[in-house]
Write a protein of this length. Structure first.
Length: 411
């Protein structure tokens, strides 16, 4: 099957972006529930941080599994299953009274459900049905849907928590999760698994290669591991901030509204960042986009640590971070597609997201440990800054051909 004509792109992209709006909006606003959960259950910040850290890992671990299922049977069933799991996790969380129950709801059900309707499945479902020159833009557009979800859900959840309580906010997210089932219908058409698949120089990786052979080839590829290393840091950074930014704001003597607004700014700014990264991916080498994204984060953290802690500081910090927040996704997915083709993109990109979420586990968990042990996040900020610098450097050895003039003209 050939790539879809241009008029058929938009139903795919809009549906995928809308699904990611809901799944990412739910995940990325969970930090707002840390304090209410602690007050309601008395489980303590370390236990709640650990449950959310497990959720970070499960979200990542579920994506290569769901991605492999979607590569074989199509994405709609996977997304429907994810909707049920996500709704169940949200609906059952208000009834937890132990750490194990919290691990089961937020750590497993909610996170696996969000993973089934996330980047690897959605980008994998659309990329093979688009011509090569549109794939980077498509990844950025879909990713922007997740950013819009963060922008939308953070203030919405905070408003519901303030007006009606955190239980009502959780149940609202459960209902929203079920809306992803009808949204998945445009993705039902069979995905193109053979058109325009990118290969290594010399054609080492054919689109007909089976999944096991493709995985073995990827595991031997240094460039693929460089992507994993950079994405690990991205996960550490994002999970630490999204989980603990509300607590950092509270430590600085400001209201929960400042935290919710900051999270919303991150989401809004990342819409621009994602679209920009998607557009630039067709013009410049993607490894350089990753380098500058991670380097900018390191500089932003250093400036934040030196600045006076006011609401304006948090908003400015959120604006800069937001522009780079998940703008790593389009170039990372694009590089995986360049290296190995489109056939198993959901699986191979899903594995990089697993590394992302291993980093996310440590970012969410160690943030709670640092706060409980020292009463501040100072050492976490230092670690975050150094990891961002390391991630910038580790992307430079990735083997990526220069973008030719014809590609620039097509883009």
């Amino acid at each position: 099957m050939k790539p879809s004509p241009s008029h058929a792109y938009w139903p795919l992209l809009l549906a995928s972006a809308a699904i990611l709006t809901i799944t990412m909006g739910t995940r990325q606003s969970l930090g707002l529930f840390v304090s209410p959960l602690n007050t309601s259950t008395g489980l303590g910040i370390v236990a709640i941080s650990f449950a959310m850290a497990v959720g970070q890992f499960v979200w990542g671990a579920s994506q290569p599994i769901f991605g492999a299922v979607a590569d074989r049977y199509g994405p709609t069933r996977v997304i429907a299953l994810g909707a049920v799991l996500l709704a169940a996790g949200c609906a059952l969380t208000p009834f937890v009274d132990s750490e194990w129950m919290l691990l089961a709801t937020i750590g497993v059900l909610l996170s696996a459900g969000a993973g089934a309707g996330s980047f690897s499945i959605l980008i994998g479902a659309t990329a093979g049905r688009l011509p090569p020159e549109r794939r980077a833009f498509a990844s950025g557009f879909i990713n922007a849907g997740g950013s819009f979800g963060q922008f939308l859900f953070a203030p919405l959840n905070q408003a519901i928590i303030t007006a009606f309580g955190w239980v009502s906010a959780m149940l609202t997210m459960a209902v929203a999760a079920l809306l992803t089932i009808p949204l998945a219908r445009p993705l039902r058409a069979p995905r193109d698994t053979h058109a325009d698949a990118a290969t290594h120089p010399g054609g080492a990786h054919k689109p007909e290669t089976g999944l096991r052979a493709q995985l073995r080839a990827a595991m031997r590829d240094r460039s693929y591991w460089c992507l994993h290393a950079g994405f690990f840091t991205c996960g550490f950074h994002v999970a630490f901030l999204i989980t603990h930014l509300p607590s950092e704001v509270a430590l600085c003597g400001m209201s929960a509204g400042v935290a919710a607004t900051s999270i919303a700014i991150i989401g809004l700014a990342n819409i621009a960042g994602s679209l920009t990264a998607g557009a630039l991916g067709g013009l410049y080498r993607m490894k350089w986009l990753l380098f500058w994204t991670y380097f900018t984060r390191a500089v932003a953290i250093a400036l934040y640590m030196m600045a006076p802690k006011t609401s304006l500081t948090f908003y400015a910090f959120a604006l800069v971070l937001g522009f780079t927040w998940l703008s790593t996704v389009p170039p990372t997915a694009g590089l995986v597609g360049k290296l190995f083709g489109m056939r198993y993109l959901a699986t191979l990109f899903g594995l990089t997201l697993l590394s992302h979420q291993i980093g996310g586990f440590f970012g969410a968990w160690l943030g709670g440990v640092a706060l409980a042990g020292s009463g501040s996040y100072t050492w976490m900020w230092y670690a975050d800054m150094l990891l961002a610098l390391g991630a910038a450097v580790v992307n430079l050895p990735i083997r990526e051909a220069r973008v030719g003039r014809f590609a620039r003209a097509a883009a």
